[in-house]
Design a binder for this molecule. Structure first.
Ligand SMILES: Cc1cc2nc3c(=O)[nH]c(=O)nc-3n(C[C@H](O)[C@H](O)[C@H](O)COP(=O)(O)O)c2cc1C
Length: 268
């Protein structure tokens, strides 16, 4: 999607002249403007706002109404520092006005089942995915709520670098792990929205067409390079492909399955 449009830039293939343009709403404008922010002003996020971010975030859909997530808001500066250390020293975890650990959590469902003398089902992969997807949807919705309040955010997937240690810091019970963290606060400066792949490479009609990949990816390399240059960030010409090929060259989080098992959260 071209970040300066309403998300319709190259979705032209099936549009007929009789169709009206999709509405531009406050929500679509917010999505068009949004971008990850890593530097925040020190002004606090009021507690009532933080609670509202979580409560409205929970309006996200949830698989079979299982609601398999929990959120830990971390205030304690010591804990923030410990978490930052476990998350590649990301300083925004310490500095942001509000930090949330968004967890996949099977405990309330396990409790519900125990009332009927039933064990939590043993189909680990599906159950792990359900809880993790639930948590991701809540976390994403929280970020949109924050955005709608004029705040900005950055998700912290690095919370899965050392999930056992992260769980210790937050005293998580078994069957609970941090899917990602969410730093929230007032942006130091408004984000410059990062471009996305063109819609023709992403949206397929009826069947998947692999042919546009080359054009999509090539065009995106250039757009992303322009984006970084506009922000004064050094970039290779092939800003997406080259950087990703280096980033993904060595395996990441290879112990994750075992670590999640240790946390009583068996994925497989
Ligand atoms: C699940 C998830 C985990 C992420 N983890 C991190 C992180 O640990 N640190 C960070 O600086 N950004 C993180 N990000 C932010 C992405 O880098 C960012 O969303 C992506 O580059 C696209 O940029 P945009 O959000 O500004 O459009 C994460 C995003 C997601 C969705």
């Amino acid at each position: 999607m071209n970040a300066t449009t309403n998300g319709t830039s190259d979705a032209v293939e099936r549009t007929t002249e009789t169709e009206s343009a999709p509405p531009i709403t406050e929500f679509t404008q917010m999505l068009t403007r949004r971008g990850t922010v890593r530097r925040f002003r020190p002004d606090p996020v009021p507690d009532s706002w933080a609670r509202s971010i979580v409560e409205l975030g929970m309006r996200a859909p949830t698989s079979s109404n299982r609601q398999e997530y929990s959120v830990v808001q971390v205030h304690d500066p010591e804990k923030r520092r410990a978490l930052a250390k476990l998350c590649t020293n990301q300083q925004h975890i310490v500095d942001c006005p509000a930090f949330f650990a968004v967890c996949a959590d099977q405990n309330r469902v396990a409790h519900a089942l125990s009332l009927y003398d039933k064990e939590y089902p043993a189909y680990g992969l599906e159950a792990g995915l359900v809880a993790s997807i639930d948590a991701a949807l809540v976390g994403l919705t929280m970020s949109y709520v924050a955005e709608s309040f004029g705040l900005s955010s950055v998700m912290i997937g690095a919370a899965r670098n050392h999930p056992v240690e992260v769980a210790k810091v937050l005293e998580l019970p078994p069957r609970c792990y941090v899917v990602f963290g969410l730093c929230v606060g007032w942006p130091e400066r408004p984000p410059l929205p990062k471009p996305r792949h063109g819609l023709t490479g992403v949206l397929h009609q009826d069947v998947y067409r692999p042919d546009p990949h080359e054009a999509t990816v090539h065009a995106y390399d250039g757009q992303l390079a322009d984006y970084y240059r506009a922000r004064g960030v050094e970039t290779p010409e092939a800003a997406w492909t080259k950087v990703l090929s280096e980033k993904l060259a060595s395996p990441k989080r290879t112990a994750l399955r075992e670590e999640l098992r240790e946390l009583g959260f068996p994925f497989l």
